[in-house]
Design a protein around this ligand. Sequence first.
Ligand code: 13P
Length: 366
Amino acid sequence: MAEVGGSYHPTLTKQQEDELQSVVAKILVSGKGILAADETTEILGSKLSALNLENSEVNRRKYRQLLFTTPNFGENISGVILVEETYNQKANNGERFVDLLRKQGIVPGIKVDTGIVPLPGTLGEGTTQGLDDLGKRCAEYKKGGCEFAKLRCALTVGPHTPSHLALLENAHVLGRYASVCQQNGLVPIVEPDVMRDGDHDLERCQKVTEQALAYTYKALADYHVFLEGTLLKTNMVTPGQNCSKKYTSEEIGHATVVALRRGVPVAVPGIVFLSGGLSEIDATKYLNASNQVKLLKPWVLSFSFGRALQATVLKEWQGKDENLKKAQKLFLQRAKANGDAQLGKYEGEEASAAAIESLFITKYTY
Ligand code: 13P
């Protein structure tokens, strides 16, 4: 490695950089996005309980198998985020889920955060844990077939939040996480999530999102993160869940792209939005509107939805084998709609009542 002046010592070889970029290229494919199937046992459990299903490993495995064995879902899904439990599980045929995904040309990734804890000295804000043994875990996940990782930091919007401390601390967590991932050959999905809790308007969400992005990319620069080998996962700019003012998809798309243009370096290849409790249809419409904004957008704008790809699927399944095919059909429909929105070519669809239902959960932990 060549010596450089100053205090910085390069840590990635050209080969490592190329490898990270090749993973990014496999994820950022036209008309495709990411399925976030990384709900914690508790969160997936609450969804199973709502269907009167036991929150058992058997049921969680069965549900995820439904998703990963949907015929041709790779036509609109290029990557899947797993949790550790699923990473270790196998399909009915004895094949590891990780291998089953890879065989279909879908890149497996893994959630590496271990939850949010309170940040003392703030008005109820938090920070994300999971850094301590991260290097070791990343090396193991890489060996086990994962090619990217995700760590989410959450910011709350209030009259006095997010605070400077919360913005700084969470950005630093993301910076160190991203650097450790890259050292271990995993593409980091960097996720600052400005949550939708609150009655703030679109302008306030835009401002906070711009701040969160500025802090995040300052930290990534401080940690010498190779931006071309990362992806950003963030919120679309929307009003708070309890905001009384309504906005059009075009206004939301415009605010989203303006915030991204102000805060995301051109070197970042792609932005994969979270759905944040939006209804399935709204999430798709806003992604489509963002892609239609007539401003220079030097990154791919895609999706990494959890709730907005799965809510109607789960409801249809109800834990019953006889509903499996219909549930998989709904999954394909959502994946296709979002694939179209990724291209800015979504033309609307006949939506079920479930698909327009808000999926918002207060202080969602994921
Ligand atoms: P939602 O799309 O349900 O917000 O979740 C995506 C995610 O992975 C949040 O970390």
